[in-house]
Design a binder for this molecule. Sequence first.
Ligand code: NCD
Ligand code: ZN
Ligand code: ZN
Length: 458
Amino acid sequence: MYDLALKNGFIVNENEIYLGNIYIQDEKIVEISLADKPANEVYDVSGKYLLPGCIDTHCHFRDPGATAKEDFTTGTQAAIAGGVTTVFDMPNTNPSVLNEQDLLQKANYFAPKAFADYGIWGLSLGEINLGDLPRLCEAGASAVKFFWGYAINAKTKALIYNYNPKDEDIIPPLGDGEVYEIFEQMAKTGKIIAIHAENIELIQTLTKRLQQSGKKDYEALIQSRPALAEALTIQTASLLAKATGARLHILHLTSKMGMEAVAQAKANGVNITAETCPQYLFLSAKDYDSVGPMMKVYPVIKHEEDRLALWQGLKNGTIDFIASDHAPHIISEKQGDLFSIPAGMCGVETMLPLMLNEVNNGHITLPFLVKVMAKNVADIYNLPNKGNLEIGKDADIVVVDMNKVDTIENEKLHSKQPLTAFAGRKIKGWPIKTFLRGQLVVDNNKICQDKACGKWIK
Ligand code: NCD
Ligand code: ZN
Ligand code: ZN
């Protein structure tokens, strides 16, 4: 007798939807058929859709270090509530993940807190940990991130959101020579070097100019960190990747110009992939009046023409997948002067509902959604047990009610600082149950396991 059966659901993979029963044994999908077989636990999901659990490779869960903003328990609970069963934790924590020892420590530290399966990012700080990168990758880091254009606090390794070269105790943004060495080193590992792509020299010049002009509105923020800053860095990175043989990934793409740089690099045979995030697909400058400073993220959300171009790029494959860049701050920190507040917002829990609503709007299909939220991600990060609903895969399954209508609200989020730029949006199409490796972990927005059962994916 099987452990679990989900019966009469519409099973969705990246290129198909069909009616069937999914049977689960020992955390894995072992049979998909129309046959009616017994199981210890049976759910009739007639009329509902079964999706592979989403994979969100871009989450800043702030743990350890800034756990007033989020911690790994609240963060992974928010993930599973939003139909995300696998997360990758970003390395700008304190301590951060600079070498093998940091990685193993974080993996152990997360184990009793993990409500989703998790990968762990390594961090590159240039010369400081250049020699540690190969061992870090071998020991199981999912990939290595480089915050191009950021200065970093030398003690805490926290990102400096508003860089002033006169600040003390900082690691200033790295120059291209040091970046070249990072790429060289990463090429040896075969793993992905993922970059935050913004050119700091341009940003500093333009920020100074804007500060002198006294302008402080959202348009000024965009002018101080324009699409050109993104495109310049993507071009440089693409050339470095080609020269060194590194496997490059562009994080959180925000602009038409940046996307054209990615398309160009792909056409030139650079080994490059790219992601964008819901905030760039669903918000643009014209939303600032209604949303306010909480929508400040880096790179900044740009104009409507960029938003539309990103949708086009996602559909034509220039952009490979989406990720949330879940980066919460304390709610009070997100109010105040636009140029001084920190950048980042919640996102892991609202990503799937926003995309399901687009399916109901006729903008995308469910198989396409699965492709850009699960299958492509599993392929790119080499997660052989994740990404689609097939025999032998982990039973990470999201039950979706495409007719459920509800509104996104801060109070409903599971994050520690529940603040979303999407509050008030009416959404049709919601995850109603989440299974992690065959275990029901969320039922109607309620976490239904009190023990963490997420596993580290090396
Ligand atoms: C991120 C954070 O706060 O950690 N903020 C953001 O605006 N995206 C850092 C980052 O991803 O650049
Ligand atoms: Zn970033
Ligand atoms: Zn990020």
